[in-house]
Write a protein that binds this ligand. Structure first.
Ligand code: ADP
Ligand code: MN
Ligand code: MN
Ligand code: MN
Length: 430
């Protein structure tokens, strides 16, 4: 029996959620696979290419398409076959062609299955392309990749803090049911029945009817106020540690640079941190980490909400604080470069808010350790600012800044792209 590999292809759908499907093939076929020849099977599809005139066209027949090859266990990126999926179910098809092309871009170990003598498991993070190999409109990774290549000389490093809230899967019968939307009034124009936007609204409603994980009752975690839960321990106040621990193990097993976790201010709310890494690695790892978390919740009858304000009332929302530094900021006396970056970020505040996640206005109210959405502020050690400079950075006179504005449901590629563009872009023109 020849040894096989199970490749779990994962990608981001129109609504920034992760999808996956598996391809199982023999190891021999995998090593023999050369995407250059495989791509020729797709060439006919070019006839259907949307003639968008995009400068971002990817030419899979051209070897330079693979300059960022990642190798793991002797598997080169160009050994992984291009694949595709039906975009009509993920909000990603346009017109009459429903196939979306999956371009493998980073290989991880799949830690959710143990390897056996006859089967090895990998996660294949992919970018989406249309049938003519144009960058798909949902493919923000490709755009971020261009920016990170452009500013490679700045030595950008990032660390992202992902907050999330665990919710029970079963709605409480005492609570109201989700409203069913019978008529689609969205302008995307490609939905049937319930549209994507309305489905999202219903799901947000579900946040109300599903109590947060292991709360005694809806609206009653068991303790008074928000105080007891942050970094807490004990079965009466820390809800979901079994999930958090499993998540650390899976991230480490996959090769994801997870660097910490903590229980957060809202009961059943947790955080994990990814970093400190280069721009593409931090985003890729965050996407894989979110995916692994979703897989774990399947076993516990709960789910992770990345909505920035998943539970209304006097409860903290969830953010995706993005920590950032350049070579200059980390060098001795780099503090002045951190201040310069803050002044640049002030001028582009509005553009950043546009890509920092949907419904972030529900979170950035100025209360609950946030800044107001319509003004940019920065300060030392101040958690009510848009950008915080950690105290220890002032003490050492160099280091990094923390952009506290991104919401927990942000697309990391958009956030990282915006920060590099604002800070490094203007440095170049000075
Ligand atoms: P907080 O005090 O805001 O809760 P955390 O300890 O949760 O901070 O997270 C700190 C984050 O800062 C981590 O994701 C880490 O990777 C990141 N970080 C640390 N040093 C740097 C640096 N020089 N450049 C960019 N990010 C950094
Ligand atoms: Mn943190
Ligand atoms: Mn936090
Ligand atoms: Mn933080």
């Amino acid at each position: 029996m020849s040894k096989k590999v199970c490749l779990e292809y994962i990608w981001i759908d129109r609504h920034n959620e992760v999808r996956s499907k598996n391809k199982i093939m023999t190891y021999d076929d995998l090593i023999k696979t050369n995407t250059n020849t495989l791509a020729s099977t797709f060439v006919n599809m070019s006839a259907y290419a949307s003639k968008s005139g995009s400068s971002m066209l990817w030419d899979p027949l051209h070897p330079s398409s693979y300059t960022s090859t990642v190798v793991r266990d002797n598997i080169h990126l160009h050994n992984i076959p291009i694949w595709n999926f039906d975009g009509s179910s993920t909000g990603q098809s346009s017109g009459h062609i429903s196939d979306v092309v999956l371009r493998p871009c980073r290989v991880y170990k799949n830690p959710t299955f143990p390897d056996t003598p006859y089967l090895n498991h990998y996660l294949i993070l992919c970018e989406c392309y249309d049938a003519g190999f144009n960058v798909h409109e949902t493919n923000n990774r490709a755009r971020c990749r261009e920016t990170s290549e452009k500013f490679a000389g700045h030595g950008c490093l990032f660390g992202i803090e992902q907050e999330y809230v665990l919710f029970e899967r079963k709605p409480s019968s005492r609570l109201r049911q989700p409203t069913v939307v019978s008529k689609c009034d969205c302008e995307e124009g490609m939905c049937e029945g319930l549209c994507w936007k309305k489905q999202r609204l219903i799901r947000t409603d579900c946040d109300f009817i599903c109590p947060p994980y292991q709360w005694l009752e809806h609206d009653d975690p068991g303790k008074q106020g928000q105080g007891p839960y942050y970094c807490s321990a004990g079965g009466d106040r820390a809800f979901g540690r079994e999930i958090v621990k499993e998540h650390i193990m899976l991230c480490a097993g996959a090769g994801v640079e997870i660097c910490g976790t903590n229980a957060e201010v809202m009961a059943s709310q947790w955080e994990f941190q990814i970093g400190t890494c280069d721009p593409m690695k931090v985003c890729d790892d965050l996407v894989v980490a979110r995916y692994l978390l979703c897989l774990i919740t399947e076993k516990y009858g709960c789910w992770a909400s990345f909505h920035p304000k998943p539970y209304k009332g006097n409860w903290n929302g969830s953010g995706c604080h993005t920590n950032f530094s350049t070579d200059e900021m980390r060098a001795p006396n780099g503090f002045r470069h951190i201040l310069a970056a803050c002044h640049k970020l002030k001028t582009t505040h509005a553009q950043h808010i546009l890509v920092y996640g949907e419904d972030n206005d529900q979170r950035l109210t100025g209360a609950h350790e946030t800044s107001a959405i319509d003004e940019f502020t920065f300060g030392v050690g101040n958690r009510g600012c848009s950008v915080r400079i950690p105290l220890h950075v002032v003490h050492t006179n160099c280091g990094y800044l923390e952009d506290r504005r991104p919401g927990s449901n942000c697309d990391p590629y958009l956030v990282v792209n915006a920060i590099m563009t604002s800070v490094c872009g203007s440095i170049e023109t000075v």
